[in-house]
Design a protein around this ligand. Sequence first.
Ligand code: F3S
Length: 754
Amino acid sequence: MAFDINMIKKVYAGMDEKIKTARALLNRPLTLTEKILYSHLADEFPAKPFERGKSYVNFAPDRVAMQDATAQMALLQFMQAGKDKVAVPSTVHADHLIQAKVGANDDLKTAEVTNKEVYDFLSSVCNKYGLGFWKPGAGIIHQVVLENYAFPGGMMIGTDSHTPNAGGLGMIAVGVGGADAVDVMAGMPWEVKFPKLIGVKLTGKLNGWTAPKDIILKVAGLLTVKGGTGYILEYFGEGAQSLSATGKGTIGNMGAEIGATTSTFGFDDAMVRYFRATKRDDVAEAALEVKEHLTGDPEAYADPEKYFDQVIEINLSELEPHLNGPFTPDLATPISKVREVAKENGWPTKVEFGLIGSCTNSSYEDISRAASIAKQAVDKGLKVKSEFTVTPGSEQVRFTIERDGYIDLFEKMGGRVFANACGPCIGMWAREGADKQEKNTIVHSFNRNFAKRADGNPNTHAFVASPELVTAIAISGELGFNPLTDTLKNDKGEEIKLEPPTGYELPPKGFDVKDAGYQEPAKDGTGVEVVVKPDSKRLQLLTPFEPWDGKNITGAKLLIKAAGKCTTDHISMAGPWLRFRGHLDNISDNMLIGAINAFNQESNKVKNQLNGKYGKVPDVQREYKAQNIPTVVVGDHNYGEGSSREHAAMEPRHLGVKVVLVKSFARIHETNLKKQGMLALTFEDENDYDKIQEDDVFNFTDLEAFAPDKPVTIEVEHADGTKDTIKALHTYNDQQIGWYKAGSALNLIAAKNA
Ligand code: F3S
């Protein structure tokens, strides 16, 4: 099953009616984003239009995609939902756990050994519950989705922040946490705030050295890493239509770098060409039949200021190639200025590595254009100064570029090909000498360039550019090299000027692949056994959380009063803990170890009220748990901001914390706590935070009457025998109180399915 055309036809069949209703409701022309959002409502149409940036809306996505790092906990949870099959077409992609070291074949073999139990689990759970599984080596999630599943006007969620790559084919594709994926796979709606809209009008046409990557590098420079937060970017105009579908994918992909919810493009001929090349003529035909619904209304694009919250205009004919970095993808420098800016900032200008590919830039077009530069180096006797690597985004691309001689060309130039996986883009790169932490520069065509991301060295200055520019810079070995104006000396001492790149939007001989690496799930998975070794360190089957006993919580001890910022990284750290993402008990050993204890200003050092000694947060909590003593975590403002990882809510729940009481919550974390059956409360009077002391004991005196909009009364007993009675607020509605009573949202779903 590459894709489900009937599902796509069903989406299109309902669009006409829904878009008409939405147009009548809003009483004006619609943008593409609005058309897709209003045609994916999970509930009835509202009586009045949703307010952008304010209203929370339930949507019904068409697909779910997950990568192997995030899929583990999502699927362990899904297994508890009591469903035989996922409710919407879903796929898992084994791409994040392969380390790049020697080259594609060896590295893949090593990964298959080191990650065997994780792959066996993912393969078996997909087989059982009807998910497609893309095996290690098949490719990177976003490239595989683009080649097989993305379709104009569709809605998808994916447990990876670069899911918006599918916006290149006109989808609304959003990166989410595992908990959201579980909901949708279990048949529940996906709730999100109705986004605001930025219209990006592209005029003119790219030429010479400029590439689609330069458009998003420019946009990142204009909007900065936070500028897109809460927004969907909708690209339109003749310039947008002149871009290839994969070029649009690159732009959508890197919208994540400005914090955008997602980015999208209207359906056009480039998409038709891409569907036909990837053997999906039926998607092209189906889309052509409803094409007026798959782009914004002409009036909306004619007067964008009226229909978008913000408008940006870029003339592609005048755009210059850019190099963004170091350490942040929004520090945009046009290539003609790089030499000067590098000098001012003391950036090392010797380039050690040029790396092309990744989910962002490994299309046939990208590779063929980069190869045209490589060919010039080989033909004209230019010695390549930097090391050079290629990370293909999928086996289909890798097979095709090998057939067409490009891999050979890169190897002749001295390059190496890594596995079709994330590799250096996510720090899965055993770069020799990186541990020496020397100051150095690399240039790549990936999307993120935060400190340490590629090789773990905080002093690696990573710059992002188009694959063709990365190739030229790698040949020159110099960061400031401007191929538009500069020349290079070849082995005969001649001055060589590189010609601008040329390439093919799509392979002239078509795509080809021998084994794409796809595992189709069993038609009837009921007999399939999910493989998890009982002594595994990396995977652990979940047991349902206990339901609420209906009684007041009394005698709860304070575990920690966290001071200041407490993000999901403070609550459940990433880095080395990533390997335990599928093992709740093991990963719980990182619970709150980054939070600052308000009483001693130290992290991971809290008082154990049972013996007065100080210990690590998870250790102290495990002692309370062993004695069945409930505990409370107290926090400051915006508690749980950051990522949507559900581990930050599951760990305290697993270790026996009963209540999180804070000044305010980051909303996604608050919802995650509710879903896991925790009590998430806020101080009615923020000043009560100051009343909480280190040896406090909490009694929740009217929890038995837990009801929507009804504050909770807490009696706080201090060590000196005094007491404070405080009020706490909550935002639980009836359904969410149902989750709390059942022990978790999943328990409730499971009970309904029983
Ligand atoms: Fe993988 Fe990097 Fe893309 S981690 S999914 S190649 S952003």
